[in-house]
Ligand binder design. Sequence first.
Ligand code: SAH
Ligand code: SF4
Ligand code: F3S
Length: 447
Amino acid sequence: MEKYHIITYGCQMNESDSERLAGQLEHLHYRRTETPAEADVIIINTCCIRESAENKVYGKIGELKHLKQHNPNLLIGITGCMAQKNKKALFARAPHIDFVLGPYNLHHLEELVSQKQQTVASHTLMTDMRAASIEDFTDIKAKRESNVFAWVPIMQGCNKFCTYCIVPYVRGREWSRPLASIRAEVEQLAQEGYKEITLLGQNVNAYGLDFKNGTDFSDLLYTVNEVPGIERIRYMTSHPRDMSRDMIDAIAACPKVCTQMHLPIQSGSDELLRRMNRGYTLADYMELLDYIRIRLPQTVLTTDLIVGFPGETEAMHADTLRLLETVEYDMAYTFIFSKRSGTPAAAMNNQVDDDTKKRRLQELMDVQNEISLRKNQDMVGQVFEVIAEGPSKKNADNWFGRTSGNKMILFPYQAGMTIGETMQVRVDRAQTWVLTGTPTERRSTAI
Ligand code: SAH
Ligand code: SF4
Ligand code: F3S
């Protein structure tokens, strides 16, 4: 039996894409292996959001070289965002790569692998930014990692062109998946016993705008909320400019939509937000938050921040620190600005030096960690519904699950617990990244 091994970098979008790559190989009767040396096909599904992401991929590509020497029939494919960005330069740098597929070409994997010999001989490159239809890829049956939680891609691309970001260049323009196609996948998932879905897009609030028929993200939420069997609906990522009051009302009206919202702000400085081309001011963002807090008071709010954007002064950095103190996010993902060639910010001439960037990152993390801990401590003594995800990696006597707000809780294993079981857990102890608790009630609806 032939085997495949897939290595995934980057965001949830890539994790979801990898499941559809795996689906195509399963269709060819390949089986998954965790051991690269056993594999007949190895795919690295790549990310290029920051330089560090690319360096990791290059390291991994280098590691695979010796496998090709041992097994000349091995197929090595590079897929995803970095494939799109670097195209045939990848073959020049690493001739042991057999094929390179950009994000719009992932549905060709099955055909490529089935023509194995020609592929080995040809250094196949597919980085066309058009596909016949978005469903070419989204409707491929995924081979999923979990039996309980499922990624559901709802769109491709991004139109925002934030000045630091490579995504619009490698993922193309916003292209929405038809509502009927999403609904069909969610219904199928429910039938297979999936309980939780995450609707995925770079900017989910722009969903449907390209149909130009009035369909939008709110309609999508109402539609999937109706699917029986699905208990939880998450969505990633929201953009403060496109998140409308109507969408917040829709979230409030759909009981299955989780109390988690990831709303990246990037900076607390209006001047930087303008130079980043984010399309909102701090005041706009705070107004939006006020509405969210009124309509969705339980919301667990998280964000993304970039430090060291070109021209960031100490005063601008202090604005971001103040923002963290004011908003009190549950969690903030903080990134050091990384130059991405071809983006406007990479060419800006007032770059911040590395030491300053590192110090500012640490300052943001110090402030945020304290707030995250405090927020978690507020949960102690309260009972939350969690869906069990299985044993913790560190200690198999402990299992873990997530609340609707996406907070992870560890709890002691009890006989008969099953993955996918919905249970009530009381929080006993809080740390910055994790909570510990005790199940108080179990509702057995395991898969
Ligand atoms: N579409 C989402 C997220 C895209 S990438 C959004 O707009 O929020 C995830 C995060 O990576 C971004 O929110 C941003 O904080 C960070 N990021 C993107 N480009 C970056 C760059 N060049 N350097 C550092 N961080 C970057
Ligand atoms: Fe990148 Fe901005 Fe699009 Fe997000 S919204 S993917 S940060 S260009
Ligand atoms: Fe990376 Fe592409 Fe996602 S660049 S963050 S894998 S969209």
